[in-house]
Every structure is written in C-alpha cells, then in structure tokens.
Design a protein. Structure first.
Length: 156
C-alpha cells in the first residue's frame, strides 16, 4: 500500500508517527477537512498533471483552483490532468491518496502560493484516509519541491 511507502519515507525524518489515519475517508478536500477537524482551505490537495510526457504534482490549498492562463504561462503548455488510469502508474499513489511524498522517480513537485497564508497544512499520505500536519518549511523539505508557483485562483 502507498501509505506504507509514505510511512517508510517519513521514517528517515522520524516523522512516521505523525501520520494521521482515519476511520473515515479523507479522499476529497471536504472529507479530509472533516476528518482532520480544520477548515477546507488548510487541506493541501495534490493535483497531478502531465507536462512533456512527465508527471508534475502541484500542491495547493483546498479552496484554490488551477488558473489555466497562469499554468500555461509557467509550464508553457495547457493544463492537462492525468487520467485516472495514469495517476497510480505515474505518481505511485491512488486517486484520493495522491501526495507529494514517496512518489515515483522523475515526478516534480511544485507548491502553490495559495498555501502561504497558513502556518500548517494537511497533505494526504498515500491513502484515502490519511494526512499529516506540516509547517510550510516541512512541506518544502519533505516533498522535495522544485519551488513555489502561482498557478491557482479563487483563494484570495
């Protein structure tokens, strides 16, 4: 299971015990917010896209949506999300549990500016019933992010 890969990944940082597992689904922003007990915008959703045949993950606030113009300006291509069949194959995680940790080699992770208004956020941990609370510096470190991008709208 992908959550076990994520748990093993976090073990190197002595953070594996910080992973939250729920008895209920956290597969959507709304369900995750209910499970965690926070505002939906603090859920750090991971969106998966195909850029030049490779997988790119964008971690954004729960209330943010991709702005196609900003996306195209940054990535120089139209925003094309991975198909359901491609998600697990390219990321290593199933839909509902896609996260920026323990991803397949070659996957690039970007963090969206929409997250910067929070001290801590809750990304998934490889399953549809998990999350972890991280500060933004921790999210940067543990996701191995390529940096910050401004490709979302509707959160300001």
């Amino acid at each position: 299971m992908a959550i076990e890969k994520v748990r093993e990944y976090f073990r190197q940082f002595h953070m594996e015990d910080q992973i939250l597992e729920f008895d209920v689904s956290s597969a959507t922003v709304e369900l995750a917010a209910q499970a965690v007990g926070c505002e939906p915008q603090r859920i750090a959703k991971t969106l998966s896209f195909k850029v030049d045949g490779n997988c790119v993950l964008i971690v954004a606030a729960g209330d943010a949506r991709i702005d196609n113009r900003k996306y195209k300006d940054f990535f120089h291509t139209k925003a094309k999300m991975l198909s359901p069949d491609e998600v697990e194959e390219m990321t290593g995680h199933q839909i509902g549990g896609v996260c920026p940790f323990a991803v397949r080699e070659g996957v690039r992770v970007w963090l969206d500016e929409s997250l910067k208004r929070f001290e801590t956020v809750y990304p998934a941990c490889g399953s549809s019933n998990s999350a972890i609370q991280l500060t933004l510096p921790q999210l940067e470190q543990y996701s191995g992010s390529s940096g910050w991008v401004d490709v979302c709208k509707d959160w300001e």
